[in-house]
Design a protein. Structure first.
Length: 327
């Protein structure tokens, strides 16, 4: 009996210590039971999500509505909550807020005998994220590009087309010389908006990697979908109709694109070299052009060599095709 009492006291002591630990964490913590009822949340959770006490007192649904209303993409946020309900899966992603904040969200299942409870942990990573963003265009910067490109190149993505593109503003130095750097910045800012809109999915990421040079990584259903994405970018830049007398014969601001299509894990240096070559080919053929570099499956190995396997593209797309912009 004494032993049982001591064990009970130990459990109670451990519970109190764990609760205090969670209370002191700088990260927001929320624990939901298997019936989705709120079991616990700490002060950091209230503070990070700016939850008024009267909303917290109303329970889980009221808090869920309140937090979702602050996000750029509440639909995806709520969809993941539903997807993980009664699931044992671990999840980690990032949430972007309408006011510019960025949270890292982690969630793990806790088996409780009646199903799965779930712990959610939220960390404010806005400051760290801002170091990855180009101030002028709002796109991910070269630092983010360098960190994320190896993972993209290494991914398998069975049954999908992976694409890597280099995009360069045509005759940009001439534009700056003629119209001024403020006008040049406005052009880059607008191209950033076009890229963000065109890549508005979880499978495409645009980066500003140099002065007037951008990169896009994407996973598409097939070759044609990948090509269409970049044709859309080319066309939207043209549709801005920004005067550029130094960009003959177009007379407006245009971009040139080197585009590589491949599948499976790939050697990043080999892909970059091929796509960079395609970009220069697009420039030499008159700009306002997509030069396509179909590379097939580029296998990575311990050497610097890669194996290139020609791929069959749907008609009228052929190997090394050049897709010119519409005048």
């Amino acid at each position: 009996m004494v032993e049982l009492t001591n064990n009970t006291q130990s459990v109670q002591t451990a519970y109190v210590l764990m609760r205090r630990t969670l209370d002191l964490l700088p990260d927001g913590v929320l624990i939901l039971g298997h019936d989705r009822k709120v079991l616990y949340f700490n002060e950091a959770f209230e503070r990070l999500w700016r939850i008024p006490r009267d909303v917290a007192a109303c329970g889980d649904l009221a808090m869920l509505d309140h937090v979702a209303s602050q996000l750029d993409d509440p639909t995806s946020f709520l969809a993941l909550v539903e997807e993980l309900d009664a699931s044992s899966e671990f999840s980690e992603d990032e949430l972007t807020f309408k006011d510019g904040r960025v949270f890292n969200r982690r969630s793990a299942a806790l088996e409780d005998g009646g199903g799965y409870s779930r712990i959610w942990i939220f960390s404010d990573v806005t400051e760290a994220w801002s170091a990855r963003v180009d101030v002028l265009t709002g796109l991910l910067n070269r630092r983010a590009y360098a960190n994320e490109l190896p993972e993209f190149m290494a991914s398998t993505e069975h049954g999908h087309t992976k694409s890597f593109a280099l995009i360069d503003v045509d005759q940009f130095k001439s534009y700056n010389d003629s119209y001024g750097h403020a006008a040049g910045d406005a052009v880059l800012e607008r191209i950033g908006e076009i890229l963000r809109h065109a890549c508005d999915s979880n499978t495409a990421s645009p980066y500003r990697i140099g002065g007037e040079e951008f990169a896009v990584t994407c996973v598409s259903d097939d070759d044609q979908a990948a090509i269409s994405l970049h044709q859309e970018i080319l066309q939207h830049v043209r549709q801005e109709v920004v005067r550029h007398d130094g960009n003959h014969p177009h007379g407006i601001v245009t971009v040139s694109v080197g585009l590589g299509l491949f599948s499976g894990p790939a050697d990043a240096r080999a892909v970059f070299t091929s796509v960079d070559r395609a970009l220069y080919r697009a420039k030499s053929l008159g700009r306002n052009t997509i030069a396509l570099e179909p590379m097939g499956k580029l296998s990575r190995n311990n050497s610097d060599q890669t194996t290139e396997i020609p791929r069959t593209l749907p008609n009228p797309i052929q190997n090394s095709i050049v897709l010119t912009g519409t005048s």
